[in-house]
Design a protein. Structure first.
Lengths: 270, 254
């Protein structure tokens, strides 16, 4: 696929500068959107070409999944602890202590673990994907793949997106467990809530659909982060400086996309 | 045979190629000469369908490249080997894996259905041909520029292509390594009958490997012909280009 730069040199129209700028940015945004969906459509239509890169899929699962475990451990455990301690602090004087367990499990499953894991991985995974593919683009490695007869989209992008879609929910399940353990630790050690009361509150409030909602969010976030990052890397232009800019854009765009989608999903699915 | 007809290509409204027409005959090495930034590399990418021209036509063995569906274009690319200017090796793969990658393409339906032992043997042979025996486990980051280029050449020749495209094969190399690369290019033509297009601004190497020459200037084909025809040309622009290139080459040699 040929690299294009949307609206890079759109001609000036002679209107007021503010409208000129709005117009150019709108056109550029729409062109980017069109190219993004074009890339995804290409990927879906040529899914069978990805058989040639099955090894890539497994290495990406390791990179996105295994290599993210340390950061997920830290984030989830501390989020669970903070949630328990703050819930206990805010509600301590006027409700039963078991409610803290219920609050922790609800907050963790529905919101905190999927959202914070996605935001952290937007930086780590998203930036890595853009930098990798972008560097390959500017050093002609993407052209080399195509010249050898590989479908570069199926070879580079499909494995990353599929690995993201598979591994994000796995990381969130792992994060949920750690956040609950962290919450228990925070509740017992810091807030001095009996473990039995905390667990009883958790059991009373646990709903399977909450867990499934969190996993649905994780799957969508996984797709969003890896696809935006891949798009940014694949269409990078302007040498190593361009790779830097694209990597920064990936972090900003994926974080924005995640919080916007989080609101939309909560509004529609809950 | 490769036929390039009236190719036009612009980037950001800046014309790079302005009606280039070249024929490449079977089993010959055609050298495309011209100044840096003159669109020579762009032309190679257009031949393989990596870039689309604004106008013109390209045919390989009688098939129109520009109207091909993507699956047919991929099949066509199986006939080609491409040595990129910077070698374009995959940093995350070893030298052996880089070279082997060319044998794993389109494995589902391509005739190159090799088992791992056969792939290893062919990789070893290709690396031996370019003078890099037993380097399979090295990482590209630990290689010199010349070695990278030779690995890139091994990767290009390992599937036994019918056509080879060389993008500045000797640029940035010391004289000895450049001469070795030139010998390899000649061997591919004489021993295997490979049809080659060599893009370069190194006129010394061009005269070593080329059967015919095309000079690009200002995005147009200034002249196409044999060495004798070019050296005896009465066209002022051709004479000016050849004399300035030869003096640059002599300066480099001394």
């Amino acid at each position: 696929m040929e690299v294009a730069t949307p609206a890079a040199s759109a001609p000036r129209t002679g209107g007021p500068l503010v409208f000129d700028a709005i117009g150019r940015h709108t056109i550029s945004f729409l062109e980017h959107l069109g190219m993004y969906f074009g890339l995804i459509w290409w990927m879906v239509r040529n899914l069978r070409n990805a058989r040639e890169s099955s090894a890539n899929f497994f290495s990406q699962m390791v990179q996105i999944g295994n290599d993210s475990i340390p950061i997920v451990i830290f984030v989830s455990t501390f989020v669970g602890m903070v949630t328990a301690v703050q819930s206990a602090y805010q509600l301590y004087s006027w409700i039963p202590r078991s409610v803290v367990g219920g609050l922790v499990i609800k907050s963790v499953l529905l919101e905190l673990t999927p959202l914070l894991t996605a935001l952290v991985l937007a930086g780590k995974v998203g930036a890595t994907i853009t930098a990798e593919i972008g560097s390959m683009r500017v050093t002609e490695q993407v052209d080399a793949l195509e010249a050898m007869g590989f479908d570069s989209v199926s070879f580079l992008i499909t494995p990353r997106i599929l690995a993201g879609v598979v591994m994000f929910p796995v990381l969130v399940v792992f994060g949920d467990l750690l956040a609950v353990l962290g919450g228990l630790f925070g509740a017992v050690i810091v807030a001095h809530i009996p473990a039995g009361a905390f667990v009883a509150g958790m059991k009373a409030s646990f709903l399977t659909r909450d867990a499934l909602f969190g996993l649905t969010k994780a799957t969508i976030f996984g797709y969003t982060i890896t696809s935006i990052a891949s798009y940014q890397g694949y269409y990078v232009a302007g040498g190593s400086a361009g790779v830097g800019k694209a990597t920064m854009a990936t972090v900003v765009l994926t974080c924005l996309a995640v919080v916007i989608l989080d609101f939309i999903l909560a509004s529609t699915l809950l | 045979m490769i036929t390039i007809r009236d190719i036009w290509k612009s980037f950001d409204e800046r014309p790079i190629l302005r009606g280039v027409s070249i024929d490449v005959r079977d089993r010959e090495t055609l050298v495309v000469l011209g100044r840096s930034g003159g669109g020579k590399s762009v032309m190679l990418k257009i031949i393989l369908g990596l870039l689309k021209p604004d106008a013109g036509s390209i045919s390989v063995d009688g098939s129109d490249v520009l109207s091909m569906t993507y699956p047919r274009l991929r099949e066509l690319r199986f006939k080609f080997g491409f040595l990129f200017q910077g070698a374009a090796l995959f940093d995350s793969l070893t030298v052996g894996e880089n070279v082997a990658l060319a044998l794993r393409r389109g494995r589902a339906k391509h005739e190159l259905e090799l088992n791992e032992t056969e792939i290893a043997e062919r990789v070893s042979y290709a690396l031996d041909v370019v003078g890099l025996k037993n380097t399979e486990r090295a990482m590209p980051a630990n290689l010199s520029g010349g070695m990278k280029k030779r690995v890139g050449l091994a990767r290009a020749i390992v599937p036994s292509p019918r056509y080879m495209l060389y993008d500045e094969p000797t640029t940035g190399l010391d004289m000895e390594t450049a001469d070795e690369i030139n010998v390899l290019i000649n061997d591919l033509r004489t021993k295997l009958g490979v049809t080659s297009i060599v893009v370069t601004h190194d006129i010394h190497s061009a005269f070593v490997v080329g059967d015919r020459f095309a000079i690009l200037d200002g995005g147009k084909t200034l002249m196409t012909g044999t060495r004798t025809e070019i050296e005896n040309s009465t066209d002022d622009d051709v004479r000016k280009y050849i004399s300035s290139s030869l003096s640059t080459s002599r300066t480099r040699l001394t």
